[in-house]
Structures are given as structure tokens and as C-alpha cells.
Design a protein around this ligand. Sequence first.
Ligand SMILES: [Zn+2]
Ligand SMILES: [Zn+2]
Length: 263
Amino acid sequence: MTELPDAPAAFATAMIGQSLVQIVAYFALAGGLYLVVWRWGAARWAARRVQSHRRVDRAQIWFEVKHTVVTMLVGGLTPLALVMLQASGHPTILLHAPHWRWWEMAGAVVLLLVFNDMWFYACHRALHTRWLFKHVHAVHHRSIDTNPFTAYSFHAIEALVLGIWLIPLCVWVPLPAAVLGVTAVIGLLNNLGSHLGYEFFPAWLLRVPGLRWANTTTFHGLHHARSHGNYGLFTRVWDRLGNTELPGYEAAFTRAHRSEEKR
Ligand SMILES: [Zn+2]
Ligand SMILES: [Zn+2]
């Protein structure tokens, strides 16, 4: 993160510029994934397609792109609030953290991921209650089949709520910028992977005790296909504890790999 400019106009310009850079960089990444997997790799990876009986049309992608821009702008308010708090003299992000050791930083990343997994599950279940689904979460579920452009296709309220927990946390415990950055990148890659629409996790994932409980593209694909159940973000843990995991997930995951072996 760069030094904070003094004048409000320069500050606003810097923030708008940063938002635009983020939006362009995100669409380059999502668009690149779409081209490689959905266009160039469609025939090669046909067996890995999670919802092979459906088609994603241009209207869906255009809808997702519009709502992703909304998510980026509204979701950007949380980091903006942190930077503004920082600028007003309340440390929320440690630009230099020489007293933090590498293992403390790694531990902080793990804790943030664990908390985010829990927060997302709780919010996601609430978003599936009747009123919130109809007025907020339905935007994300317009995509019954998913692709890289679905990952951040959210209603503005959802975009704000999913990341807002960072504000009290960072006020309470100022965290190194590297910790926040690594957590954000893992979250981004996980979200793109969950919505990729093609299953690239290896078949042996279910046979490794710890990894078995990781979220996969098939896991979240079932959530979109059935519009309920499998609410988890990084793991299946909360769905298991909350008894919301959809039956047939492991069979569907295994089937995707079996059909690939036959090809
Ligand atoms: Zn949902
Ligand atoms: Zn989704």
C-alpha cells in the first residue's frame, strides 16, 4: 500500500483510481479464466463440467458483469473505511510490521480464514430466508449454472455485508497489510474456483482426511443448481455441523472424475 496523500481531492482521486485498477485487474483475471476454461478448454475438459446439461448465455454473463461492478464498488467501501480511519489517526492496517514474525502472520491468515468461513456461512443461511433471498440474494442465484463471472455477482447489500466484519476487527487488532492481502487473494481464488463451473480438484481430495472437508466447484455448483444447502465458503465444516450439506455431493464429485477416466 502506498503512502496516504494529504489533500482530500488527491485522496479521493487515488481511491477512485485504485478502484478502477482493481475492477480492470479482476475482469482480466475472470475473463482470462473464462477464455481458457470455458472457450479454449470446453471440449478438452467437457467431463469436468459440473452442470453439463445447462448452457450459460450472453444475457447471464452481462447480468453478472454489471453486478460484479456493483460488488467491486460497494465492497471497496470496507477497505476505503479502513484507509480513512488510518488517515484520521486510528491505525487499522500496519504498513510496516517488523515485530510480527512470519508464523504469527501465517497464524493470523488462518484465523481470518476460519472466521470468514463462519461469518459467510451464517450470513449465507440468513440470505436464504424468504425476504432476504427475494430482495437481496436472488441476484447471485440468477446464475443457476456458474462461471468465473458469477463469483462476485452480488446485490449491493450482500457485497457490503460479506466483508464488513473487517472494520471492527482491524480497529480492534491492527493487522499487517501482508496478512490482509494474502487473506484477500486466497478468498478471491477460492471464490473463482467455487464458481468455475468445471471441477479441477483431484479425485483423491475426498480420500485425504483434512482436505476432504474443503469446498469444491461441485459442492458450490450444487448450491446454485438446487438453490439451497451447501452454504459454506472455504469448507464443508459448517454445513456438516448445521446439517445443511446436500445429499449426493461426494457421489457427484466422484462421478465427474469417473466420466473423465472413461474418455
Ligand atoms: Zn446462496
Ligand atoms: Zn455462488
